[in-house]
Design a protein around this ligand. Structure first.
Ligand code: DGT
Ligand code: CA
Ligand code: CA
Ligand code: ZN
Length: 585
């Protein structure tokens, strides 16, 4: 975690605690400051070293907040924050993970009932105590009871977007350690699952002890969980990181094994048994001349182990990308003789632009020109401006009404003249609970493209959700179905539609289904992408960027699409601006 992120997290915690104690206005000032500190392109500690004025030079960071940032770098803590923490000793992240429970509710329930943890919250709801508190009713209580289990599960797993940077940092660190011949991530991180139980790292080295010593000394490690011979676990940024050190000759076999998934490994092992081969984390062994293949881990003649491709080859299988190793047909596809039975998955470099982004016209932090310039800077061929339309569930009054959309069209047109890349003017319209689009058809028709997303009524039943999304994708002006379920990973379940039905309707209507690459969303997920592609629908991989920095999230979208077996031809963002215009119609 960068120090900018660290400071931004503190300011957000500050905001939550202030809000919980009933302070008005200040919390949003702290949140805005946090956002700009996070986005600030240079290390904030340099500014802090120059003093309060320098820090206050950051957009939307006032003197009061700037002086707290300086205090933090000078003393290691912020006195007022420490005071708030002791005044309100609650597990804020866990409690606010319960849908419908915000900092204000946490503050009120602490005040009235002394609730500090999820367990205490659940107990209070079960005892009927919450509905007795002024301002709360049975509805809040029922909501708590319904949503605590999801929040508890969520607490056990880290979002990919939080774990992946930890893994990347560990990889970079270990690659420079003496005696490390190879280093790779394995497990769910390598398969790019949306949530991660723990990060698995694998090193090839002859000196396991030295590598383990270096690993527990990793500056990002906050604590050592265990350290043994050739293996160790640490905690970094709240996530458990497991390291195993193996011999170079066994690295490929270990990588295959520890990449998983478990279900994939079982299918692979079963294939080996039929061929008098034994496959495990140490290698592939020919056991045809062995009396007891279970006599040890390395019995028989080693036929593979140094490389992962070699392991699959020994089993007459093609190597396949980790994202699809979930035993959902990839083992059979990799074993088939036919060329092309495995998908040629979408690559990050195939993406030529973003079709869902925001500017300061709605809730983004940057101008149209700044976002377009950043897209061009990345080497993109096109960029779509799709600010929020006004409608249900859109935060505050940041959404554009029809008049504002028309006004924005002129603003976009004036940027287009100087833009080095193709710029599309679109909108992120809202799908209401019944599936209607809440912006006038005439306005929608005037735009290059329409992304339509659900932002409200995200708890409705599965049948209603299916009907709603089918109706939306069939709307003649809608080009892309944005974040179809509205889920927020680890914090909101979102809609649970029948994806096959939605995908069939989308395919027939030529509406693309989005993989929203924001790591809080990853929506549609891999399974939904697979259903969409099977139904013949087109996929759009969009970041929903509210700042240039968020363009970097595209990798999470690409790898999520890969989990759904997406190939280049399935994905809208790989096409030329002319082809896109044709698709938008
Ligand atoms: P996670 O950490 O819960 O997000 O998921 P993974 O897939 O990273 O699982 P993890 O960390 O428990 O183990 C890493 C890999 O090791 C896993 O993907 C497959 C392999 N593995 C672990 N336990 C077993 C097992 O009991 N049988 C087999 N065949 N493989 C296993
Ligand atoms: Ca893992
Ligand atoms: Ca593990
Ligand atoms: Zn958006």
């Amino acid at each position: 975690m960068s120090r900018n992120d660290e400071v931004a997290d503190l300011l957000e915690e500050f905001a939550d605690l202030l809000e919980a104690t009933g302070v008005e206005y200040k919390p949003s000032a702290y949140r805005r400051a946090a956002e700009n500190v996070r986005e600030y392109p240079a290390p904030i500690e340099n500014l802090a070293g120059e003093g309060t004025d320098a820090v206050a030079g950051i957009d939307r960071v006032g003197d009061a907040i700037a002086s707290k940032v300086v205090e933090y770098f000078e003393t290691g803590s912020i006195a007022e924050l420490e005071e708030l923490r002791s005044e309100l000793p609650v597990d804020m992240p866990a409690l606010t993970r319960v849908e419908g429970v915000g900092p204000k509710t946490v503050g009120a329930l602490y005040e009235a009932l002394g609730v500090t943890t999820l367990d205490e919250l659940e107990a209070a709801a079960e005892a009927g105590e919450i509905s007795e508190v002024t301002g709360f009713g049975e509805k809040t209580e029922a909501n708590v009871l319904e949503n605590v289990p999801f929040a508890r599960e969520a607490a056990k797993r880290t979002r990919l977007g939080d774990a992946r940077p930890v893994a990347d940092a560990a990889l970079a660190y270990l690659a420079d350690v003496d005696g490390v011949a190879k280093v790779e991530v394995g497990g769910s991180i390598r398969r790019w699952k949306a949530t991660i139980g723990d990060v698995d790292l694998l090193v090839a080295s002859a000196d396991g002890e030295a590598v383990v010593d270096a690993f527990v000394d990793w500056p990002d490690a906050d604590a050592t969980i265990e350290a043994g011979t050739g293996k160790a676990s640490v905690r970094a940024d709240g996530t458990r990181v497991d390291l195993r050190v193996v011999d170079v000759a066994e690295f490929g076999a270990a990588l295959q094994y520890f990449t998983g998934s478990k279900e994939h490994n079982i299918a692979v092992r079963n294939r080996a048994i039929g061929r008098s081969l034994k496959v495990n984390e140490y290698g592939v062994f020919d056991v045809s001349d062995v009396d007891d293949p279970d006599a040890g881990q390395r019995v028989g003649e080693r036929v593979a182990g140094e490389t992962e491709a070699g392991v699959y080859e020994a089993l007459d299988m093609a190597w396949m990308p980790p994202e699809i190793r979930e035993n959902t047909g990839e083992v059979e596809a990799a074993a088939a003789e036919t060329e092309g039975s495995l998908p040629a998955l979408l690559e990050e470099g195939d993406v030529r632009g973003d079709l869902h982004t925001h500017t300061d016209w709605s809730d983004g932090g940057f101008t149209i020109a700044e976002m377009v310039a950043a897209a061009a800077e990345r080497g993109y061929a096109f960029h779509a401006v799709t600010d929020h339309a006004a409608g249900p569930g859109v935060f505050g009054n940041t959404g554009l009404d029809e008049a504002a959309i028309a006004e924005q069209a002129d603003a976009v047109a004036s940027v287009v003249d100087d833009a080095p890349i193709e710029v599309f003017h679109g909108i992120e319209a809202n799908i209401d609970a019944a599936g209607a689009i809440t912006t006038d058809d005439a306005t929608l028709a005037s735009l290059d493209l329409v992304v339509a997303s659900p932002h409200s009524a995200l708890g409705q039943g599965s049948d209603a959700a299916t009907e709603r999304l089918v109706r939306a994708v069939e709307h003649p002006e809608v080009d892309v179905l944005g974040h179809p379920t509205g889920r927020l990973i680890n914090s909101r379940q979102g809609l649970e539609p029948d994806f096959e039905a939605v995908a069939e309707a989308a395919a027939a209507a030529d509406t693309a289904i989005e993989v929203n690459a924001n790591p809080a969303r990853l929506d549609a997920d891999g399974d939904a992408v697979r259903a969409a592609i099977d139904a013949g629908a087109t996929i759009a991989v969009n970041t929903d960027a509210h700042s240039p920095r968020e363009f970097d999230n595209v990798r999470y979208g690409v790898h999520t699409a890969r989990r759904g077996w997406a190939e280049r031809a399935d994905v809208l963002n790989t096409r030329s601006p002319e082809e896109l215009r044709a698709f938008f119609g």
